[in-house]
Ligand binder design. Structure first.
Ligand code: HEM
Length: 207
């Protein structure tokens, strides 16, 4: 089928010429502040450049606050607490710090998720969930789901109470387990961030 004339077509390579590593959706800034996102099929998705940029800013700033906070708790707070001689003091300080952080983490997780879903819709990128070569896309979403589950469901339901009673029984073991869990979450989150930053630019796409 012949494509209707549009300036975007003059700017982009033909679908067959798209290199394998290129992102599926190629943004072009044209007049009037609109992004024309071209798909290999030839359809065009119109999206305000500003709304997409704003969503990306909220997404990334949120992640800085959130995963930055997780990094601080994992590498500074928990190791410092583990060095305290008194188990009681350790638990009291941990509850004071983690309590404040978990409120912030809940707000930021929500904002990051909403901005992310807005971008998926705006970029019409739902199909990436069916394509394993976008592994960073899946990983990003899994990290979000795990944190959401922990912060909004498991902690209020039983995790906080369970940890408190565990720490009262055996403080050293409880804080060792807590540290390991934080190291695991931080490592997976950092891999997701590295994968996303490279993946958005067309790198690290396997398969
Ligand atoms: C519901 C969960 C999430 C959704 C729906 C989502 C969605 C998105 C989308 C659509 C993009 C833009 C992709 C593109 O431009 O091709 C993006 C970028 C990104 N996301 Fe997420 N995301 C989510 C969670 C996360 C989490 C938990 C992290 C961090 C661990 C994260 C880190 C990033 C980073 C670093 C970028 C790249 C920003 C850039 O360099 O432009 N996302 N995300």
């Amino acid at each position: 089928m012949r494509r209707p004339y549009h300036p975007t077509y003059a700017l982009r390579p033909t679908s067959n010429a798209l290199p394998k590593t290129a992102p599926t959706y190629v943004p072009y800034r044209l007049d009037g502040g609109l992004y024309y996102l071209t798909k290999p099929k030839g359809d065009i998705v119109f999206m305000s450049a500003w709304s997409l940029a704003l969503a990306r800013i909220i997404h990334v700033v949120g992640i800085v606050f959130w995963i930055g906070g997780v990094a601080f708790v994992t590498t500074i707070v928990i190791p410092a607490l583990r060095r305290l001689p008194s188990g009681e003091e350790r638990l009291r300080l941990f509850e004071a710090i983690e309590g404040r952080f978990s409120v912030q983490a809940r707000v930021v997780t929500l904002a990051t998720g909403i901005a992310g879903i807005y971008m998926v819709q705006g970029l019409d990128a739902w199909g990436r969930y069916l394509d394993l070569s976008f592994w960073w896309f899946h990983l990003m979403t899994i990290v979000w789901l795990v944190f959401t589950l922990v912060l909004f469901v498991l902690e209020p339901l039983f995790l906080n109470r369970w940890f408190k009673s565990f720490a009262e029984r055996d403080s050293d073991r409880a804080f060792r387990l807590l540290h390991r869990f934080h190291v695991l979450l931080l490592t997976v989150s950092l891999i997701a961030i590295a994968g996303a930053v490279a993946g958005v630019r067309g790198f690290l796409r396997f398969g």
